[in-house]
Design a protein around this ligand. Sequence first.
Ligand code: NDP
Length: 239
Amino acid sequence: MKHALVTGGSGGIGAAVCRRLAADGCHVYIHANRGLPAAQTLADAICAGGGSAEALAFDVTDSRAVAEVLTRLVENQPIQILVNNAGIHDDAVFPGMRAEQWHRVLDVCVNGFFNVTQPLMLPMIRSRWGRIINVSSVAALTGNRGQVNYSAAKGALNSATRSLAQEVASRGITVNAVAPGIIDTPMSESAFDAQAIARMVPMKRAGTPAEVADLIGFLASMQAGYITGQIISINGGII
Ligand code: NDP
């Protein structure tokens, strides 16, 4: 049974990804930061349905805390599927953006990617099979007013995806990013009302977390072995 780690598994998209990977037969580590009870409830539901999952918590910006937990997780078996999904946005038009808004969003989205991914690489490389899927955003591809920090962070994640893919391609490891548009989770609820969605999205609706999870589930599968270094949009036709 392959071990999978989904960061931000306590959130909207992450929870759907955890369900999908568990349904595909993985043992899923459901990661949370402040929302450990939600991750635990999800782990209990997956186990009650015959799947295999456990909840754990750390702040992805705290490199020492991350390393402590991850070292223990890979003692007996490598994590071969990693979904870097934890992320935040903190919007403001650029002239009014406070330094801490800039630094915090980059810290979670970019340094968090480093802190979680780096300690998992050698065990994954030794196993000669792996899947890394980074959750980016349409904002990195099109830009978005009020999201200079967020689009910079997700753009960095896209570039890291392409470079890491080249480093590890010969080891049977693929590295891809998915770039969702507007997905129906608490994160997007505050930012876009129904009118804005109808105006911005050719399909006139938000995507669902399950639709994103289906794409990630495919990228994590054996069948996706020749797809690497790609940024794959899932956005109802925005671009
Ligand atoms: P949610 O707000 O529902 O989930 C965000 C997740 O990130 C939570 O599980 C949260 O953990 C975790 N998280 C936040 N900060 C930290 C931290 N410092 N350390 C560890 N974990 C942290 O958002 P979504 O499910 O909507 O978003 C998931 C991903 O998808 C994000 O990367 C987001 O940028 C991206 N995305 C979302 C879109 C959307 O429309 N919803 C569109 C494009 C991209 P906890 O709650 O436990 O604290």
